[in-house]
Write a protein that binds this ligand. Sequence first.
Ligand code: NIG
Ligand code: FE
Length: 411
Amino acid sequence: MAILITNIKGLLQVRDTHIDKLSGAEMAALPSLQNAWLLIEADTITGFGTMDNCPAVADAEVIDASGKTVLPTWCDSHTHLVYSGNREQEFVDRINGLSYEEIANRGGGILNSANRLNETSEDELYEQSRKRLEEVMKLGTGAIEIKSGYGLTVEGELKMLRVIKRLRENYPVAVKATFLGAHAFPKEYKENHTGYIDLIVNEMLPAIASEGLAEYIDAFCETGYFSVEETERIMEAGKQYGLEAKIHVNQFTAIEGIAACVKHEALSVDHLEIVTDEDIEALKGTRTMPVALPTCSFFISIPYTPARQMLNAGLPLALATDYNPGTTPSGNMNLVVATACIKMKMTPEEAINAATINGAYAMGLSETHGSITIGKKASIIITKPLNSYYELPYAFGSNLIDSVIIGGKKV
Ligand code: NIG
Ligand code: FE
């Protein structure tokens, strides 16, 4: 059945023609219609306009959105939503003075999550993960990228990716899978980096490719994790199997990883809490989308991605959650948008563009997601009555979502 939404106070992110992504000053504009209607048929947006020419649609369910704002669902292009158990003890350890690095060095962090994951059955992992996915769908996320990377064994990585596949099959949300075998070196490979990367390249990747379990490849390119050279080897191996790169880089240190990612035509470079002038130069005029994760900065008290500097240099920027048990135990994109405005001085228009159309680009979904455009997926957020959309980041602690429709289905 069709759904006709009428009397919409503000219909945001309306794009008549296809755009891939927005860069620099383009991000300041958020095209919108006042007093609007939106038509959904099956899983697709089939029309919109202003109420002076609202169509009569036979058999449509009519939703009166008086006073409410409608916008495309959030596109969260970076998450680790499939994981086992929590790490709240490490959270308290950090409150008591330990750093993220110190916790990792004594066997906590990613290796802690990997131990738990390898002890968890695939069904139990699915059960834990689907609850998180259901929660973020209610918070307005309609497209999501999910990484592996807490297995660090052939079986563990496959188990995570199979869970991601099941989530994709069972929910209307668009799901993209990224293979992150290169998340950390398991203890037994601490002194044998080549041995672990051989395992990734010669065993994990072929198995993943033969089951068609991933679209993207990732590595944690960082001091103490994967070097730039090691990351390049991972990107090259991924390319052999048709996996584009989306790389964790510049979270704690700038080691010229961004230039290497650009050279390998990575789709995105993510984190970027520490950015040099050379990094900005390397990104200019390329296909690589920088992705900022402000609630990670918030949670582990590290710098925020210098959004203003990057936008002033003409770069695009996407926003994502980084939802994971260590550095960001939250998949709330509304909080990400608010934090970007409050802490990174992005305007509401820039932040909403970064969390919709640019997020879609960063996971290869800008053809189908990220804007109100005829032919795109009918994935929308209907807010509670708002004075203006500025209230979304302003009232950062309130849930302002009235309802969510994903792929034409009410959540
Ligand atoms: O994106 N930085 C690398 N990976 C994750 C954190 C992983 C963890 O602590 O479990 C991140 O922040
Ligand atoms: Fe991450």
